[in-house]
Design a binder for this molecule. Structure first.
Ligand SMILES: [Zn+2]
Length: 550
């Protein structure tokens, strides 16, 4: 024990000398007085394994309280790698990464406006939501850009939500940890700011109060030892990549917890920062996703309460109001550049997104618009007709941009020989940082490249795969190394097109969370992918039909 304390102290002193590297000012610079210095050392010792070493004194067992507004990913002063133009490729204003990023900012602002204008409830749930003005504004903006690009044939087409479909949204909510004197003097109620209800959670009467019980990974081997009846089960979710890959297991385990009598489920999602996560589905009772640092705190609290024999006193009150929306209306924007051939290449990007949605999918839509500007420049018509679709998207049940396009434009759809779906394309890559927050939670830091991009070609056309294989060398795009035939949810809406469907897609860890912000979009990355796609579409436009669809 002594030895361990000594080593922690040594580490703290070393950190003081080297500087912690965190965004906080180095403790040694806060004051030069010996007293302040020793206080700082004490703070660092205590922060060595922070929550486990919490003081017994003070509120909430002396734990560092969660909260704060630090970004999920630190973006330092080093910019992403610059664009290197391939031989023979000219500088072009429409592909300037900073200019495309300004368009991403415009789209992000539509989402922020939806929050500020309280488009949904109290404004806690926001984004560019298909069926609401925020998404329509993004589509109308795209239509306007298509026109300004000189494209004559621009159509804004209405979409009515399918009759039996509905969209569940939380209007306002609050998850409050209830204070108890057993947790230390001065303990007062604490709101978990990252809590977000999982759809379609509901609470009769709007309020639920229950004790919490920690169930780890909620595997059967664990659950056989834990009684969750009448309690809110707290399960830990540690995504290997992003939440997408965890959906099956998290949803199944949440349902199992409810079957065993849990009155609710909290998914503690161990991802960077303290973000709201719009993912996973209903477990049968109210379920909430909880962000990384709130979850970190909750785990430590449940440990401390268990050690003190007061775990039954850890209780939470949930206030939740929701609404199920039906009969919503949305729009697609379509731009057509006639080619020498009536055969069409369809380029698509969805306009809807949760929260800022800078990566899902403001970047993809901004790149689509850049491509429309490029091909819309006066000059010879393209070989094949080009169709640009700013789609209402696929997040809102019963509203599907691609399906609506096919129904409303049978002529263009029938002539399609290839679809390219541009979806999440220019977020920066990040890694766990060497630094931690004050509560010991690992920080994340952006590096100088973009997150990996998967490119799926549904028919595995050798011609198209070969074009994609060359992308990293010609344009520096960070395509994953293995060819794929995958398609995304948005691409799935194009099922009626029985042709090559190409999905260009990043799925980084903060996908569908409030951490997907403008700051983590790479301007050079936008230019890289826009230029690559321009070459890809040009080559596909000239290719023999049998090469595209063997
Ligand atoms: Zn998307």
């Amino acid at each position: 024990m002594r030895l361990e304390r000594f080593s922690v102290r040594r580490r703290a002193e070393l950190q003081l000398r080297l500087g912690s590297g965190s965004k906080e000012p180095p403790y040694a610079t806060q004051s030069k007085s010996a007293l302040a210095l020793s206080l700082a050392i004490a703070t660092l010792i205590w922060a060595g394994h922070p929550q486990a070493r919490a003081s017994a004194e003070g509120p909430w067992f002396g734990l560092v309280l969660p909260g704060g507004t630090a970004p999920a990913v630190q973006v330092g002063p080093r910019p992403p790698r610059p664009v290197v133009l391939p031989d023979g490729e000219q500088a072009a204003a429409e592909f300037d990464g900073s200019a495309i990023k300004r368009d991403v900012a415009t789209l992000v602002q539509f989402a922020k406006d939806s929050r500020d204008r309280r488009e949904v409830g109290s404004g806690q749930m926001w984004g560019r939501i298909a069926g609401f003005p925020s998404s329509d504004r993004a589509v109308a903006w795209a239509a306007d850009q298509f026109r300004q690009a000189g494209i004559k044939d621009v159509r804004v087409q209405p979409i009515a939500q399918e009759a039996r479909a509905s969209l569940w949204l939380p209007l306002n909510w609050k998850v409050t940890l209830l204070a108890d004197p057993a947790f230390g003097a001065g303990t007062t109620d604490l709101v978990l700011s990252s809590a977000l209800p999982v759809g379609p959670s509901q609470i009769a009467g709007g309020t639920l109060t229950a004790p919490l019980v920690y169930v780890g990974a909620a595997s059967p081997a664990v659950l056989n030892h834990i009684d969750v009846k009448g309690k809110i089960a707290v399960q830990l979710v540690v995504p290997q990549g992003h939440m997408l890959f965890e959906r099956g297991s998290v949803d199944a385990r949440s349902e199992e917890l409810v079957k065993r009598g849990a009155v609710g489920v909290f998914n503690l999602i161990r991802l960077p920062g303290n973000e709201l996560s719009r993912d996973f589905t209903d477990c049968g009772n109210p379920c909430f996703n909880i962000g990384g640092r709130d979850g970190w705190f909750l785990e430590a609290l449940l440990d401390r309460a268990a050690a003190a024999g007061v775990q039954d006193k850890v209780r939470v009150r949930i206030d939740l109001a929701t609404e199920t929306f039906r009969g919503l209306k949305a729009t697609n924007a379509v731009a057509v550049i006639p080619g020498r051939s009536p055969e069409t290449l369809v380029l698509n990007a969805h306009a809807d997104g949760w929260f800022e949605g800078a990566g899902d999918n403001a970047d993809g839509l901004a790149v689509l618009v850049a491509l429309a500007r490029h091909f819309g420049k006066a000059g010879a018509p393209p070989e094949r007709t080009l169709v640009f679709v700013a789609s209402a998207g696929h997040h809102t049940p019963g509203i599907n941009g691609p399906r609506s396009f096919v129904a409303a434009n049978t002529d263009l759809a029938r002539q399609a020989v290839m679809l390219v779906n541009i979806e999440h394309v220019a977020q920066r890559n990040f890694s766990p940082a060497r630094t931690t927050s004050k509560d010991g939670y690992r920080e994340a830091v952006a590096d100088s490249g973009e997150a990996p991009i998967a490119v799926g070609v549904t028919n595995n056309s050798r011609f198209l795969q070969a074009l994609i294989d060359r992308g990293p060398a010609t344009h520096g795009v960070n395509f994953i190394s293995a060819p794929s035939t995958f398609q995304s949810g948005e691409t799935g809406g194009w099922a009626e097109l029985k042709v090559a469907k190409v999905s260009v897609m990043q799925a980084p860890p903060l996908y569908h969370t409030t951490g997907e912000v403008l700051d983590v979009i790479s301007a050079p990355g936008l230019e890289r992918i826009a230029r690559f796609l321009s070459g890809f579409v040009t080559a596909a436009g000239r290719a023999a039909g049998a090469d595209l669809n063997p």
